[in-house]
Design a protein around this ligand. Structure first.
Ligand SMILES: [Zn+2]
Ligand SMILES: [Zn+2]
Length: 441
């Protein structure tokens, strides 16, 4: 085997130099380019070689990221960092200890009342291109990634590309609220998003966020498998367009090693009003964390502060577990969490039945007759009404139609936007809600 250059560690060495160091005979080897570069910068080639050899395994010559930098930020500079600092990174990335039960139990039919939406996300990067956070320069290769990600939508979904600089602040805010884009992406001039044009819009792709590509699919109700299958068809098309960074040991390579492996996050948005009201939510959240290593977040806010009694349950480990087991883990724990919710509901009714049912009917009355309603009030009243549907005391078929109502309000008001003020918005919203409630009867 040919010896490689001691300075760049890559090219074949064509020059050799002997030196005696600490009474030891040492031989250095250089490629022509490194040898010339050392002399041009006024250094001795063997000095430079000694420095580089000492750093090897602790820095990435491809992007300049060092082990020290990585330990401070827990972020890497490019896919090759994993190969150039393999041993040091392997120590930090441990395979998960959480595994689901091997069997797929059928989901109880009531799950649809508690699962607002299901989502699957993949983080992907392209070989040889620095991660978005580590390189400030608008790179030609970034444009190629955007092109490839758009080309991959062909035959999978009808898509439209929006750069962050082209979107209005209102539109960005709406996309953030729906968890389609992140605040980080909204604030990045280099960022872009691909949105599914046809309604309901389920697929979306964030470009140049923390990773080059963050693809996700969100479906209504308890449908992780369907979300996964739709996303996988895009992911397969993507791998045909771009050279996606993968490694035999680490799997999919990501900017932050907390996503390495599958690069996958599966999550469900749960409606848990009784756990919240009985004050049992925090205990349930820690149980999910300890038993399954899952992360539970409020829709906005944490734990008992969660808005609209909605909580997002997702896997927090992506390494040492495959896609199928991540889906199973999140599904099984969602069923368990809803089981706890139903126990809490029985307790709650035991102590406050009249109070709760009265509040349900009052809120239902407001939705059916308000002339003007803010989005905050709508969401607040909907919590009671959804609880009423679960208890079977209201003439509404299922919770799914109420979840749709939230998005219907948001998208039709979006069309109104522009010069129309808050007051008109609230009147239009109330009209939509009244119509919806009347149709359900
Ligand atoms: Zn060299
Ligand atoms: Zn690197």
């Amino acid at each position: 085997m040919q010896r490689s250059c001691d300075i760049c560690g890559k090219r074949e060495a064509t020059r050799a130099e002997r030196a005696v160091e600490n009474n030891m005979q040492t031989e250095y080897a250089y490629c022509e380019a490194c040898y010339a570069f050392a002399l041009k910068s006024g250094r001795l080639p063997r000095e430079m070689a000694r420095e580089r050899l000492a750093k090897r395994g602790k820095e990435c010559p491809q992007c300049g990221c060092t082990l020290e930098k990585f330990k401070q930020s827990y972020m890497l500079g490019c896919p090759d960092c994993y190969r150039n600092m393999r041993d040091a990174i392997a120590v930090c990335v441990r395979p998960t200890v959480y595994m689901p039960r091997p069997v797929d139990d059928p989901a109880p039919e009531w799950m649809g009342n508690y699962v607002v939406s299901s989502r699957v996300r993949f983080a992907r990067n392209v070989e040889g291109v620095p991660f978005p956070g580590s390189s400030r320069d608008a790179d030609r290769r970034i444009a190629d990634i955007v092109k490839g990600a758009c080309a991959a939508t062909q035959g999978v979904f009808e898509a439209q590309l929006h750069t962050m600089t082209s979107l209005s602040d209102l539109k960005k805010k709406m996309l953030i609220e729906r968890h389609v884009i992140s605040l980080g992406l909204a604030n990045s001039d280099m960022g872009a998003v691909i949105l599914e044009k046809t309604e309901p819009s389920e697929l979306s792709v964030m470009l140049n966020e923390e990773d080059h590509i963050r693809e996700q699919c969100t479906v209504a109700g308890f449908g992780l498998r369907r979300a996964y299958d739709r996303l996988k068809s895009y992911d397969t098309a993507l791998a045909r367009q771009l050279n996606i960074a993968r490694d035999a040991q680490f799997g999919y390579l990501t900017a932050c090693p907390s996503n390495v492996g599958t690069g996958m996050r599966a999550s469900v948005m749960l409606f848990l009003p009784a756990l919240k009201r009985t004050g049992m939510i925090d205990k349930a959240i820690s149980a999910m964390r300890e038993r399954y290593g899952l992360t539970v977040r409020g829709y906005y806010g944490e734990g008992s502060d969660a808005a609209y009694d909605m909580y997002q349950l997702s896997n927090s480990t992506t390494f040492g577990i495959d896609d199928g087991n991540i889906l199973r883990l999140v599904e099984q724990s969602a069923v368990e969490m809803v089981g706890l919710e139903r126990e809490a509901l029985v307790m709650l009714l035991g102590s406050k039945k009249t109070e709760i049912i009265d509040k349900i009917f009052r809120s239902y009355g407001v939705l059916g007759s308000a002339y003007s309603i803010s989005s905050a009030e709508l969401m607040e009243k909907l919590v009671d009404v959804k609880l009423g549907v679960i208890l079977g005391v209201l003439p509404i078929k299922d919770v799914a139609s109420l979840n749709e109502l939230i998005w219907a309000c948001a998208s039709s008001l979006e069309i109104l936007n522009g010069d129309v003020g808050e007051e008109e918005h609230n009147i239009a919203r109330a009209r939509l809600v009244r119509k919806h409630i009347a149709e359900e009867k």
